[in-house]
Design a protein around this ligand. Sequence first.
Ligand code: HEC
Length: 241
Amino acid sequence: MFKRTIFLMSMLIAVYGCGGSGGGGGDDQDTTAPTVSSTSPEDTATGVPVNSNVIATFSETMSSSSISETTFYVRTGGSNISGSISYGGTFATFDPMSTLQAFKGYTATVTTGVKDSNGNALASNHSWGFITGSSSSPTYSFATDVQPIFDSNCIVCHISLGQAAFLPLTNDVSYSNLVNKPSTYTSGGTLVIPGNSTDSILYKRISGASVGAQMPKGGQALSPTEQNTIKTWIDEGALNN
Ligand code: HEC
């Protein structure tokens, strides 16, 4: 018993002694090369929506400064497409500047220039390809989704001879009275700017932004769903669809 205790103690001293004086070993240094563990779209995917981002997910945390347009790019027909690159968590995102073209092949590549947070580079370039589908169709139709909101909530006033006869929103004239038309009450404002709900007076009025009374005037605000329908319709280009 006594002997064994002495033995254990000397073992402990040996172990600690070694650990204390050593230190230069560096066994815990990460020398494993990172890999691309998944991609979006997946390799060989078809029918990819034209508004997709291209994403590479890595096996570990990467050095964000190593991820740039020279180390992560997307090409079609032999040339790079423009886009912005961001990195967060373990994935890098390529957000194309313009919508991708329909029914077209694209190749994405992450090069050996990308490194993990310990400076280990990808072992070899990783490329994957995909083919887009048709151009995305709008979520909402002006005639069947937006106009009914005006019919139930607005035309009581926004009709010729109504309280807001300056801006009729009846179905024969609403589209042409709104899209790219100057505002009467907000100087310099435009009622509907296709693709930009934030600056469109119509959306400001229904969402309660400070440009005069919230519409419907004196009544209950439109539901979040109705507001979102109008917002999305504007942001998708305010089509007369
Ligand atoms: C009770 C009557 C009434 C109702 C209901 C009403 N409005 Fe109005 N609206 C007005 C009046 C009056 C004005 C102008 C005076 C003002 O801004 O308060 C106006 C102004 C506006 C403007 C600003 C136009 C400009 O040129 O600046 C927009 C946009 C608008 N309404 C949209 C709507 C929409 C969309 C609805 C339905 C969701 C609606 N309104 C419901 C009475 C109404």
